[in-house]
Design a protein around this ligand. Structure first.
Ligand SMILES: C=C1C[C@]23C[C@@]1(O)CC[C@H]2[C@@]12CC[C@H](O)[C@@](C)(C(=O)O1)[C@H]2[C@@H]3C(=O)O
Ligand SMILES: O=C(O)CCC(=O)C(=O)O
Ligand SMILES: [Fe+2]
Length: 353
């Protein structure tokens, strides 16, 4: 049997490298410096000793696996994802597909309790696991954003965290389930006229199985401020520090993987980088990731604090915009499209003042 190997897709390079691992229980000023360095160099880092309780994580993970184990017809009752709800294979509205099924939820408690009725047979238990998890990861995200402001010497230490603490914050929680290959083959047409499984494994050459790699969630950057992601012990996440180069991120269920979103790149005037990443599906094992996307209220105006408009960029690199405007642009584009560039001030405009 041919199995998914880490063979790079043609013209891609796989580079071995470990992401910075930051111990949040270390000395505060040291931690803030390490976070700033990681955000400038990679846009990604892992945090350990993060203070989110194992019990809160375990409850959320259990609810996620319980939901994804349901028969398709039951899961579809929580769909379609428009953009929130249950989705399978289709990502967004513009034709992106991947070997993934997911639940996308707004983080406000009222919307969670309403949604949970279509998601779980015990909606109260589901709601309580989700709200408990969101509260804990939002707290972690705020702490990290405060450490970033400190490390950047921005006097208003809550300048970033305030946006996701706001009651009107447009933050999301996404549970992604990447089924193993055998489950995907089971779901396909098994009639005699259809292809046999072994034939499929050898010769499938569309975007889903490419040199042994099945793309679960295609290349993209996250549009929001900050993403806090946790997965089970099955790998798949890869980051792309430069075009055509992919760095696999080793799974660690006790850590959170944190990444800079497009808005934080804009609010740090390009000092922090929102880096493209993707997730591959594993051949044998189910991968489940849980991503918290910290976002501001829709009307929030995105501009860098004045302390960050300094050399080498003494003008704002991006024109001011609202999250509503940016989100609308993101939703109108394909997953892999670069959107922040559309908001960049032209060099001539900067010279003109
Ligand atoms: C194809 C798309 C899916 C996405 C909205 C978009 O038009 C482009 C950005 C995508 C993304 C990536 C990160 C998050 O998973 C997400 C929820 C987000 O905010 O932006 C998804 C969007 C989605 O799945 O609706
Ligand atoms: O599943 C993963 O590890 C990555 C998911 C992701 O990038 C996303 O949901 O935006
Ligand atoms: Fe992402």
């Amino acid at each position: 049997m041919v199995v998914a190997s880490p063979t790079p897709i043609r013209s891609e390079k796989i580079r071995a490298m470990e992401l910075p691992i930051i111990d949040l229980s270390a000395e505060r000023s040291e931690v803030s410096k390490l976070i700033v360095k990681a955000c400038e160099e990679y846009g990604f880092f892992k945090v350990i000793n993060h203070g989110v309780s194992e019990d809160v994580i375990a409850k959320m993970e259990e609810e996620g696996f319980e939901f994804f184990a349901k028969p398709t017809s039951e899961k579809q009752q929580a769909g379609p994802a428009n953009p929130c709800g249950y989705g399978s294979k289709n990502i967004g509205f513009n034709g992106d597909i991947g070997e993934v099924e997911y639940l996308l939820l707004n983080t406000d408690p009222l919307s969670i309790s309403q949604r949970s009725k279509t998601i779980s047979n015990d909606p109260t238990k589901f709601s309580s696991a989700v709200t408990g998890y969101i509260e804990a990861v939002r707290g972690l995200a705020c702490e990290i954003l405060d450490l970033m402001a400190e490390g950047l010497w921005v006097p208003d230490r809550s300048v970033f965290s305030r946006l996701i603490r706001d009651v009107d914050s447009d933050s999301l929680l996404r549970l992604n389930h990447y089924p193993p290959l055998k489950d995907c083959l089971k779901d396909r047409d098994t009639s005699p006229s259809s292809m046999h499984s072994h034939h499929l494994l050898h010769h499938h050459s569309n975007s889903k199985i490419n040199n042994g790699n099945r793309i679960g969630f295609g290349e993209h950057s996250d549009p929001q401020i900050l993403t806090v992601l946790r997965s089970n012990d099955v790998g798949g996440l890869q980051i792309s520090p430069e075009d055509g180069v992919w760095v696999p991120v080793s799974p660690d269920p006790t850590a959170f993987c944190v990444n800079v979103g497009d808005l934080l790149q804009a609010m740090t005037n390009g000092r922090f980088v929102s880096v493209k990443h993707r997730a591959l599906a594993n051949s044998y094992k189910s991968r489940m990731s849980m991503a918290y996307f910290g976002a501001p209220p829709l009307h929030a105006r995105i501009t860098p604090p004045p302390e960050l408009v300094v050399v080498p960029h003494s003008c704002s690199l991006y024109r001011p915009f609202t999250w509503a405007e940016y989100k609308k642009t993101a939703l109108s584009l394909r997953l892999g499209d670069s959107r922040l560039g559309l908001f960049r001030v032209q060099d001539d405009d900067q010279i003109a003042g």
